[in-house]
Design a binder for this molecule. Structure first.
Ligand code: GLC
Ligand code: CA
Length: 595
């Protein structure tokens, strides 16, 4: 008992010490996975015949991530929906992006906003119908926009038919679709749950006198990937959507799918416990099988959330000759931000290390925000009145001038800020609500927790999209499911569309710059002025074309010491109205030169 408690404590300490964000446990563990050890349109199978270049369309993609619940409500129930998205496709098209990643829209009781799927072949009632989906997909394709869907298969909802059957009796044919531990074996070895009130991933179920495993909430039981039937079910679901013509999958929490199912006790010193917990020995077997069964038969983009424990793990998941996935989505970059800020040197080192590791082989995702993170400008820039616009433009310049496929989270093109939530009742996030309960039960500091949630919690980025300055920001005519950011009166799409100096107008320019300059997609990246703590400077080079990017990450004037003579350089883009060629950068200034 004492030993168990000790292990427990060590595991918790490791988590807490590495967790840059004690609120957002999920992002933390994904980051931990990386840092712990080393720090058609394919409606038809004819797509197989497409040439290599077309098959690599995802390299040229700029991905716009839509959080459907908060994007646009079409029927006044306060919840965003598919028809809402369809009604805004012209706006999305006007951004210049060519790919949408849509968070889950499958049937779900919504414990975790769609990340608890109860029917993988149906649309969540609140979001509309399959006909609405088909219509949306068609409308996207008509505009040259591809659709990447979230695939949530590390776990299902406890309301999925599979789980209902699996939990009904020990002899049910679906029993092995999930991980069960019969109680006569004693208590199962401790496993951490990211979203559980007691941090315990085993839930006792009296009906069959057994525990089931849930790495996330109690309502999200983990699927047993060692069962070939489960894997075939997933491939068949993937084909169902691929046959509808979708263009890719983002595989949610997939690293957790492969785990050591003998469930050995965590080592007493807590070291290397991740190797028991995730990224199990069969991860690549599953991915290869999935590629063989599904990806190789369609022209799909494929990306898993998280990129393993090391650069090598990431390569093993995405190098073309591995026949697994297209691109890595690594958390090191987003993990640089701490509650009290971050070091630009660390930031540059992380992005440079990943770029150089992937310079010759493999492909990366470039992102600094998503639906599990606080807002881009609040976390990596400066959301004060004086600097919000300029720093948001600078960050978007970074995202769109790096090598890899950029992902932009909806609202970041407007420079949206954190929500300003202060009370627990402001929040909807299952992770936050359960952790709050946990702290309450264990005598934790609730005020401190809410204070840090105000900065770091993922609900910060889930507030409704501000379309205009009318009631409820033009998002809904009803009561929004979560609070609207009060600054929507000024930060909204309609206002920014009219203003040539807005974040939105600038965002469109950077996207155009990337489109016009293939060097920004494939070109070699070289970090300059490495030890400069204020300026991020780099070049991108391809076929004799060379661009220089200078970004001041600070609120004071800074100097870039690149040694490059700018007198003959041509300025392609800057986030300030007029610019000199002195190498001096104003607060959060971003400059892109052609050399
Ligand atoms: C992923 C999702 C997150 C979700 C979790 C459980 O990390 O991005 O939003 O809560 O998995 O499915
Ligand atoms: Ca609605």
């Amino acid at each position: 008992m004492v030993k168990e408690a000790l292990v427990n404590q060590i595991v918790c300490i490791i988590y807490n010490s590495i967790m840059f964000n004690p609120i957002n446990r999920l992002a933390a563990i994904l980051c931990l996975l990386v840092t712990f050890n080393s720090c058609k349109q394919a409606t038809d199978k004819n797509a197989q015949a497409t040439n290599t270049t077309d098959k690599q369309w995802w390299k040229k993609a700029v991905v716009y991530q839509i959080y459907p619940r908060s994007f646009k409500d079409s029927n006044g129930d306060g919840v965003g929906d598919l028809n809402g998205i369809t009604s805004k496709l012209d706006y999305i098209k006007s951004l210049g992006i060519n790919t949408i990643w849509l968070n889950p829209v499958y049937s779900s009781p919504n414990t975790d906003n769609g990340y608890d799927v109860s029917d993988y072949r149906n649309i969540m009632k609140e979001f509309g119908t399959m006909a609405d989906f088909d219509n949306m997909l068609k409308a996207m394709h008509e505009r040259g926009i591809k659709l990447v869907m979230d695939l949530v298969v590390n776990h299902s909802s406890n309301e999925h038919e599979w789980f209902k059957k699996s939990s009904s009796s020990r002899s049910n044919p679906y029993r092995n679709y999930y991980h069960w531990w019969n109680a006569e074996r004693g208590k199962p070895p401790y496993r951490y749950s990211l979203f559980d009130v007691n941090h315990d991933a085993w839930k006792y179920d009296s009906l069959t006198n057994a525990y089931y495993l849930h790495y996330f909430s109690v309502q999200q039981p983990d699927l047993n990937w060692e069962n070939p039937k489960v894997r075939q079910e997933v491939y068949s679901i993937m084909k169902f959507w691929a046959d509808k013509g979708i263009d890719g999958f983002r595989m949610d929490a997939y690293q957790f799918a492969a785990k050591d199912t003998t469930f050995p006790k965590f080592p007493v010193n807590g070291q290397n416990f991740m190797k028991y917990y995730a990224i199990g020995p069969h991860l690549h077997d599953y991915l290869k099988e999935m590629n063989h069964e599904v990806y190789s038969k369609y022209n799909l983009m494929s990306v898993a959330e998280g990129a393993g424990n090391s650069l090598q793990d990431a390569h093993d998941m995405v190098d073309a000759d591995r026949h697994e996935l297209n691109m890595a989505y690594a958390f090191d970059g987003v993990g640089v931000a701490q509650a009290n800020g971050y070091s630009l040197i660390d930031f540059k080192n992380v992005f440079s290390r990943w770029d150089s590791a992937f310079a010759k082989k493999g492909w990366l995702s470039i992102f600094l925000a998503n639906h599990d993170q606080a807002r881009l400008v609040s976390r990596f820039g400066n959301d004060s009145e004086a600097f919000r616009v300029i720093s948001s433009k600078m960050l978007n310049t970074f995202l769109l001038t790096m090598r890899g496929t950029p992902y932009v989270y909806n609202g970041d093109e407007l420079g949206m800020t954190n929500a300003g939530f202060t009370k627990v009742s402001d929040y909807n996030d299952v992770a936050l609500l359960n952790e709050y309960q946990h702290l309450k039960q264990t005598g934790g500091d609730l005020n401190k927790y809410l204070q840090s949630a105000g900065k770091e919690n993922r609900d910060n980025s889930r507030t409704p999209f501000p379309w205009n300055n009318s009631t409820n920001a033009g998002f809904t005519t009803g009561k929004p499911w979560i609070g609207i950011n009060p600054n929507y009166k000024t930060i909204n799409a309609a206002a920014e569309e009219k203003d040539p100096n807005s974040c939105l107008s600038y965002f469109k320019k950077v996207i155009r710059l990337r489109k016009d300059n293939p060097v920004l997609v494939d070109g070699k990246y070289t970090l300059l002025d490495k030890s400069n703590p204020e300026v991020y400077a780099y070049t991108r080079e391809l076929n004799g074309k060379k661009l220089l990017i200078l970004l001041n990450f600070k609120s004071k004037t800074a100097t870039a010491n690149t040694g490059i003579d700018l007198s003959k350089a041509k300025l392609l883009l800057g986030n300030y109205p007029a610019t000199t060629k002195s190498g001096k950068l104003r607060p959060y200034e971003a400059l892109v030169y052609q050399l």
